[in-house]
Design a protein around this ligand. Structure first.
Ligand SMILES: [Zn+2]
Ligand SMILES: [Zn+2]
Ligand SMILES: [Zn+2]
Length: 294
């Protein structure tokens, strides 16, 4: 794990093109998985001690002090997804066409097709399947009864899609991905995934570099303690879990982030209005419980 200053050095060198992305990644991850990483290095512990004040910056208590971060680094994989989405949008906006034969190959390579049954008389989708009666199907639209439904081939559907991508025939999500996710897609969804794949392959290095730099920047901000405060365990708990902070007026009770003061400090006319709101009513009830008024 790199120290704070080493991390800044790494970021700057990568941003300036002095080192390659692969090298930077290797240095940064150093064979560890993202989820298993811990910030608690010797360097971090020393810098934390230096940062930690001798009392809670919210309530002035000096009991069990911790560092309360207002934000946490976003994962590299999250950034990667976000940046890829942006590049895909750009790819689509610049209207780069995928030929019908490329698209057809992609569909057959990646998806299994489960055709929708159609009425042979009127082509209506999904005729009702009858368990006890024969013939087996009855069309809800033209009332035709029949044993054999008809099906469109995947090639037929693709041709319709290339004529009119909003056609009624191509809306169904009847293509199931061959990977372990077994995602259901229609042709328009599949085209998006193919466009995404192409956009990604075109700019792999750039996409990864942008995502990596954003992630490293988050980590630097986190390690810098710039958006952190010293808080006692009680204040930190209220902040993180209950989304409450100390009332600025009485500096005694906690209040929800969205309210100006705690309920005890509310002026009387506001109190009346506030009680009319159901949400506030709940809050009021919680407050009573906490103050042991009930
Ligand atoms: Zn406190
Ligand atoms: Zn019919
Ligand atoms: Zn108060």
């Amino acid at each position: 794990m790199l120290t704070y200053n080493e991390l800044i050095g790494l970021r700057d060198k990568l941003a300036n093109g002095e080192i390659q992305l692969e090298f930077a990644k290797a240095l940064y991850w150093n064979d560890s998985k993202e989820e298993q990483r811990s910030w608690h290095t010797k360097d971090w512990k020393e810098r934390r001690l230096e940062f930690l004040k001798d009392k809670c910056e919210i309530c002035n208590s000096s009991e069990t002090l911790t560092i309360q971060h207002q934000s946490h680094p976003r994962k590299y994989s999250d950034y990667l997804r976000e940046i890829t989405r942006g590049y895909t949008k750009e790819y689509i906006d610049t209207n780069q066409q995928i030929s019908k034969s490329d698209f057809t190959d992609y569909v057959f390579k990646k998806y299994d097709y489960y055709a929708v049954p159609l009425c042979p008389n009127c082509n209506n989708k999904n005729p009702s399947l009858r368990v006890r009666k024969t013939p087996k199907y009855r069309c809800a639209d033209c009332k035709h009864e029949f044993d054999e439904a008809i099906f469109r081939s995947a090639n037929e559907l693709i041709s319709i899609f290339y004529e009119n991508e909003d056609a009624y025939e191509v809306q169904d999500k009847c293509f199931v991905s061959k990977d372990k996710w077994k995602n259901k897609n229609n042709l328009s969804n599949i085209r998006y995934w193919q466009q995404r794949e192409r956009a990604k392959n075109q700019d792999t290095e750039q996409i990864e570099k942008e995502a990596f730099l954003l992630h490293v920047n988050d980590c630097i901000k986190y390690l810098s303690f710039k958006d952190a405060i010293t808080a006692c365990r009680k204040c930190a708990f209220n902040f993180d879990i209950k989304k409450m902070e100390l009332c600025p007026q009485c500096k005694q009770h906690y209040k929800g982030f969205q309210y100006p003061t705690c309920i005890a400090c509310l002026p009387e006319e506001n109190l009346k209005a506030a009680l009319e709101s159901i949400q506030f009513g709940k809050e009021w009830h919680e407050m009573h419980e906490r103050l042991d008024i009930d």
